[in-house]
Design a protein. Structure first.
Length: 336
């Protein structure tokens, strides 16, 4: 049994395994005190430390050394110590610094949410709404890139990329050979393939699911619908691929499956990666065993359809007294 340590985050104390990061300790508590994370992905080894949106303030290092840490730290990379005290949403310094980080992430990001396929399930959109400024102070020309196809079913829109490296880690760890990565340096850094080589492997579609913005999109779903007009349903099939369990989310528009994605947990991370056959080639209901509607958090625009209820929610609540009065009036009616 691993050693347990206690850490206090925004006044709430939790006991976690020794070696747990501050971010994951906050996730065990849950709620609003969980720092946002744009680059960290618990399923990908080595991820985190790139975007700095999860920064927190450590006001007490530990019981043995109670001195505060001199600077804000990335919670996804900092492990807890016994007796550590951390401030997140209760620290004005953290909130001000996080707003600055969001401003940097949005400096080159185009304002194309109305036409972006990621709208409605975009982590950057949510982050900008919660921590962003009302207007930008950036007056210079933004960097722009041409859209490129990095596979027959994946399009890269580099203008939207925030260089979180998630797609690179995904390709490194679940595919046989990675052919894309970060090219160039500084403001010219970009995700790309070596001499336009196509990303072609059995699990390449997973880079779409891990991308927190609309930089990597599914060409088979592109511009077909808005995500809040669809109805996600959990389903599974007996997949022949040894590394794929066949558990997915089907996105319906009417009776048609217009998109297939891997299932995600409450933090928006893929539970288990799926193969391209399940993702791109199985879009008939007959290919799947339907389980139940996917649970969507009430704060998401996707939940606006109330598809988890058997009947639509009533617009007007029933009034028993009014119904009884109507019955009496109905019986008074003279029928000819």
């Amino acid at each position: 049994m691993s050693e347990k340590v206690k850490v206090t985050i925004d006044g709430i104390t939790v006991e976690v395994d020794n070696g747990t990061t501050i971010l994951n300790a906050a996730r065990q508590i849950g709620g609003d005190i969980v720092p946002p994370a744009m680059c960290y992905y618990s399923k990908l080894q080595g991820s985190g430390g790139k975007c700095r949106t999860c920064i927190v303030k450590v006001t007490k290092g530990s019981e043995k050394d109670p001195r505060p840490m001199p600077k804000l730290v990335a919670s996804c990379r900092t492990t807890v110590m016994d007796g550590m005290e951390v401030l997140n949403i209760t620290s004005p310094e953290v909130l001000e610094a996080r707003a600055g980080v969001v401003e940097i992430l949005l400096i080159n990001h185009p304002l194309d949410c109305p036409v972006c396929d990621q709208a409605g399930e975009c982590d950057l959109q949510n982050l900008g709404y919660e921590h962003g400024l009302q207007k930008t102070r950036y007056e210079f020309e933004r960097r722009t890139f041409e859209r490129i196809d990095i596979g027959d079913k994946i399009q890269l829109h580099m203008n939207r990329c925030i260089l979180c490296y998630r797609c690179v880690f995904t390709a490194d760890q679940i595919t046989n050979k990675r052919v894309h990565g970060i090219l160039n340096r500084g403001d010219h850094s970009e995700i790309s393939t070596y001499i336009q080589q196509a990303v072609d492997n059995d699990f390449s579609g997973n880079v779409i699911d891990v991308c927190p913005v609309g930089a990597l999109t599914d060409k088979t779903f592109r511009f077909k619908n808005r995500v809040w007009f669809t109805k996600p349903v959990d389903a599974h099939r007996n997949c022949d691929h040894e590394k794929c369990n066949g558990k997915v989310t089907l996105w319906y528009k009417g009776e048609d499956v217009i998109r297939v994605t891997a299932r995600k947990d409450q933090f928006g991370e893929v539970e288990e990666f799926i193969c391209n056959t399940c993702r791109f080639d199985k879009k008939a209901t007959s290919d799947w065993v339907i389980e139940h509607p996917t649970h969507i958090d009430d704060t998401s625009v996707i939940a606006s359809n109330h598809y988890e209820t058997l009947k639509p929610l009533p617009v007007i609540k029933p009034n028993a007294a009014l119904q009884a009065a109507n019955e009496i009036e109905l019986h008074k009616t003279v029928k000819y």
